[in-house]
Write a protein that binds this ligand. Structure first.
Ligand SMILES: C[S@@+](CC[C@H](N)C(=O)[O-])C[C@H]1O[C@@H](n2cnc3c(N)ncnc32)[C@H](O)[C@@H]1O
Length: 242
């Protein structure tokens, strides 16, 4: 697999995974739009919604208190909840997602008086190459393998002057078993499986030859709420005073 994911050289593995993930989210756009709205949901989904709210809060708390004027890429923005939140705080936000249906939903969402983020349908790798202060990717890379995620981080790191915030799916016995079952019994129409990552593999790979060269892990935080579990990672430029 290529370790250089500059937009001009997207690896075959990345393109395959991206197309699989994109097809899934296009088909499930209505469900995602519903989950991320205020409309009533089942108790199980309510736990997911609450977990996702806490995750957004975590990611936002890792950005500077004053984000006004900062250029932020919301990579894999879905229906744009985080994009709008950051725009409301004065950031100049680009929200990019593979599913045009979700981008359409994102455009109709904003609170009055907040300038609309620049929402675009497309691949986050291409959008990233414009250069940003921060790149934030909430629950986007959970559908990619660790090496593909690190390839993407390496491809984007020189385009983010202050760092990259992303989430991964931490390994749990349940997620591990579901992932294994998905591999044993592949079904074409299933959700793109969440690919869990063990803490050990994450730390080893981040600092290994496939990890980012300019960025290093500054902190991580796991949000676990009912059926939602996700780990936020903050990657900052090496040598940045902490
Ligand atoms: C689980 S959803 C999360 C959406 C949003 N970040 C949120 O937290 O509400 C993952 C999103 O990432 C998008 N995505 C995955 N890979 C992408 C890529 N390579 N470029 C742009 N969007 C991508 C999917 O289309 C999907 O909408």
């Amino acid at each position: 697999m290529s370790t250089d994911l500059h937009p001009s050289t997207l690896s075959d593995g990345w393109v395959r995974s991206r197309d699989r993930v994109g097809a899934y989210f296009r088909a499930g756009a209505e469900r995602w739009t519903h989950l991320t709205s205020d409309a009533p949901v089942s108790r199980i989904r309510a736990t997911v919604r609450e977990g996702r709210r806490q995750m957004r809060e975590t990611l936002v708390s890792w950005l500077p208190d004053d984000v006004s004027g900062l250029r932020i890429l919301d990579a894999g923005c879905g229906p744009g909840v985080l994009s709008w939140e950051l725009a409301a705080r004065g950031a100049r936000v680009v929200g990019v997602d593979l599913a045009p249906e979700l981008i359409e939903a994102a455009r109709t969402r904003g609170p009055e008086g907040v300038p609309m983020p620049d929402f675009r349908a497309g691949d986050l790798m291409e959008a990233a190459s414009e250069g940003f202060d921060f790149i934030v990717a909430m629950d986007c890379f959970i559908h990619y393998g660790l090496r593909e995620t690190l390839d993407a981080v390496r491809g984007m790191e020189s385009f983010s002057s202050h760092g990259i915030l992303l989430t991964v799916a931490p390994w749990t016995p349940l997620l591990g078993a579901m992932h294994l079952a998905g591999k044993l019994f592949p079904r074409r129409d299933r959700a793109p499986s969440i690919i869990p990552v063990t803490d050990h593999a994450l730390r080893r790979e981040l600092e290994g030859p496939f990890g980012p060269t300019d960025l290093t892990l500054h902190r991580s935080h796991t949000v676990h709420r009912g059926f939602y579990i996700s780990r936020a990672l903050e990657l900052v430029p090496r040598g940045r005073p902490t």
